[in-house]
Design a binder for this molecule. Structure first.
Ligand code: ASP
Ligand code: MG
Length: 412
């Protein structure tokens, strides 16, 4: 059994869906679960829609744009609009009407899953023109907690449900289902965090003991740098789970960070390959793929450097460091780089205004705080002497760190 995941870019228009169908038909002798995201930039549009509807503003235009976009794709593919799609459209409209009565995070999860539900309804109808394929509601098996917008998977219930309810269907037919969405114990829809469809694929692969999980992307595989930022990016043929986990930690946007762990636990290979160049094999991520590593470059923009300085002339000791880290943990903030000195502790984080406001509120009493943004953070994993020449030349270095494998620099 294989799990395939297609992201929004791969199904952004009718020709994308046709291409997906071609890929699926060349694998249809195997048991296959196809996980699909919302079409194109639909999730962003739905986020806009939630904002308007929840705030009691007029959302008609946004809703109509969303409907027109999906209907145009359906009409080009099928000459009509599939019934299941229309049902979801109606349900979406009803949901929007009473949205402002709900908590913002819950409201988000009531609306945003429609992207995946609508895309899979259209794609399912198209696939069924040539292949027997069953549409499956991922929410009926992926059980999560009620941490709406970033829900955590309840693995025990999810595994049981997948084995009982999804596995028998996969034995009989190709299955198409949604990435990114689940439901809580009360039956509310939930989402797993932006770009969470990769994670859904890994959950299914784990619970179904799949032989492989393939993510079809618009890049030929995993590259050692973002080609839009660095010229001459090279592709990895093989990588280990550990290496990719580390890359995502430093901010490389290769795969959703939660994807690796379930796959590694069962040694299920992850293949990242191109839906544009179907003949190319891409990158395989598996256990012990220890080839000599070429350096990997990760660039993160819009960084905020926070410096906390003690108020008296006591040291920035472990107790004070502990206090700061506790606050960051409470606010769910990930540190991208940190350094301490006698009287200060400096840390670099993604620059989000509401988070820096909270940092101020919680740490102002004990420390003198200073903030600098926007800064850039570059990381070179597995650096070589040559690799440093590829970093931007005209940078002003704010903070730097070097270990035996990795180099990080925060610059202006
Ligand atoms: N559609 C969701 C998003 O755009 C989930 C995903 O694409 O993986 O974030
Ligand atoms: Mg997406």
């Amino acid at each position: 059994m294989q799990i395939f995941k297609f992201g929004g870019a791969s199904v952004k228009d009718a020709s994308g869906v046709k291409n997906l169908a071609e890929i699926v038909s060349s694998f249809d002798s195997q048991k296959l679960v196809i996980v699909v995201s919302a079409m194109g930039k639909t999730t962003n549009k739905l986020e806009e829609l939630v904002k308007h509807a929840h705030g009691g503003e007029d959302y008609t235009n946004t809703l109509n744009e969303l409907k027109d976009y999906h209907r145009a794709i359906a009409s080009e593919l099928l000459g009509e609009t599939p019934t299941r799609y229309l049902e979801f459209e109606m349900l979406l409209e009803q949901t929007l009407e009473s949205l402002s009565n709900h908590e913002p995070m819950l409201a988000y999860d009531m609306v945003v899953p429609f992207g995946e539900l609508m895309s899979t309804s259209i794609i399912d109808a198209y696939l069924n023109k040539s292949t027997k394929c069953v549409w499956f509601d991922a929410r009926s098996v992926i059980r999560t907690d009620q941490y709406f917008t970033e829900a955590n998977v309840d693995w025990v219930v999810t595994e049981k449900q997948i084995i009982n309810d999804l596995k028998p269907v996969v034995e009989e037919s190709i299955v198409i289902t949604q990435g990114f969405i689940g439901s809580d114990v009360e039956g509310n829809s939930t989402t797993l965090g932006r770009e969470g469809s990769d994670y859904t694929g890994a959950i299914l692969a784990y619970c179904l003991n799949a032989e492989g999980f393939t993510v079809w992307k618009d890049v030929p595989g995993i590259l050692n740098a973002d080609p839009r930022i660095l010229e001459g990016a090279e592709q990895y043929e093989k990588l280990s789970y550990r290496e990719v986990t580390e890359m995502t930690y430093y901010g490389a946007q290769v795969i959703h960070p939660k994807t690796l762990k379930p796959l590694a636990q069962k040694s299920i290979p992850l293949i990242v390959r191109s839906f544009l160049d179907k003949g190319r094999l891409g990158t395989t991520i598996a256990t012990d793929n220890t080839t000599k590593m070429i350096p990997c470059f990760v660039f993160k923009g819009n960084q905020l450097l926070v410096t906390a300085q003690v108020k008296d002339h006591s040291f920035m000791d472990e107790k004070k460091l502990g206090l700061i880290l506790q606050v960051l943990d409470l606010l769910n903030i990930k540190i991208n780089l940190m350094q301490n000195s006698a009287l200060t502790f400096s840390f670099c984080i993604d620059n989000k205004e509401f988070k820096s406001k909270r940092i101020k509120e919680l740490l102002n009493r004990d420390f003198i705080l200073s903030f600098e943004s926007p800064l850039n953070l570059a990381t070179i994993k597995n650096y070589t002497p040559d690799a440093f020449n590829k970093l931007p030349w005209n940078r002003t270095v704010i903070m730097e760190q070097k270990t035996s494998n990795n180099y990080q620099v925060l610059y202006r």
